[in-house]
Write a protein that binds this ligand. Structure first.
Ligand SMILES: *[C@@H]1O[C@H](CO)[C@@H](O)[C@H](O)[C@H]1NC(C)=O
Ligand SMILES: *[C@@H]1O[C@H](CO)[C@@H](O)[C@H](O)[C@H]1NC(C)=O
Length: 243
């Protein structure tokens, strides 16, 4: 009787985690500018327009994402001289991805920061997106490895802190992996997975959002792991057959 009861309990927990997985496929993080639930937004600006079918961002946020020192974060890309246009377009795309993506559920974590309640951690970025970002920025200059923390904000926008100096990008970030992982405190994880793998998140895409299937893959992986770990092999098998 006891065993049956505990089995039922485990099954219930697994089913619940499965139900919450479904929500995680389509959700917005509790960040600074994201709306509460994804919705179609036809007016998304330029580089953010791929998210128009389903987005966590507003048209206003996406227009601001294309401006220097926008009110979004007052962030100064030009802290070591003007950032090159080809480099900046990756930071704009990164902002679109961060603000608009409704498929970051598997990587959303509580954030211990005053300006947001949730953050993303270790989002597996497709190799092409990280490498092209690095390639287009590697002749630029910066003074810091982690762009989330440690700036001098005394003027209202970020400047290089005392004791730091502007160096070649490649001195601060010896590799694409260093840059993608360290720049936003491990929001992204470098991978050697390519866009056609269906196992990595794409910052740049055209047409239907390919990241939904990727999120689905990682969520189902989790549900299967939970089921296997709790001894529900039949349930795990069923999950694998269903997906
Ligand atoms: C977006 O909204 C903010 C705050 O309401 C406003 O100050 C800003 O001018 C708007 N930006 C655009 C591009 O409309
Ligand atoms: C969150 O930040 C506060 C203040 O910086 C600190 O006291 C607390 O330990 C932090 N909590 C976690 C879970 O890191």
């Amino acid at each position: 009787m006891d065993i049956l009861f505990s089995r039922l309990l485990v099954l219930l927990i697994s089913l619940l985690s499965c139900v919450s997985s479904v929500d995680k496929l389509n959700m917005c993080m509790d960040g600074k500018h994201q709306i509460s639930e994804p919705r179609p937004e036809g007016q998304l600006y330029q580089q953010c327009s791929p998210w128009k079918e389903s987005a966590c961002c507003t048209a206003n946020t996406t227009e601001e994402a294309h401006q220097d020192n926008s009110y979004l974060y007052n962030f100064n890309w030009n802290h070591c001289g003007m950032m090159s246009e080809k480099c900046k377009k990756h930071f704009i795309q990164d902002t679109c991805f961060y603000e608009c993506s409704p498929h970051l559920g598997p990587w959303i974590q509580p954030a211990n920061e005053s300006w947001r309640k949730e953050r993303i951690l270790d989002v597996p970025l497709c190799q092409e997106d990280c490498e092209s970002w690095y390639e287009d920025c590697k002749n630029d200059y910066t003074c810091k490895e982690n762009w989330h923390k440690g700036w001098d904000w005394s003027t209202g926008k970020n400047h290089c802190p005392k004791g730091s100096h502007c160096s070649r990008w490649t001195e601060i970030f010896p590799s694409a992996q260093d840059m993608c992982e360290k720049i936003w405190s491990n929001s992204y994880k470098y991978t050697t997975l390519t866009k056609d793998s269906g196992r990595c998140m794409q910052m740049w895409f055209v047409g239907p959002n390919p990241n939904k299937k990727v999120a689905e893959y990682y969520l189902n992986g989790d549900a299967e792991t939970v089921a296997i770990a709790t001894g529900l092999h039949v349930f795990a098998l069923l999950m694998m057959l269903l997906h």
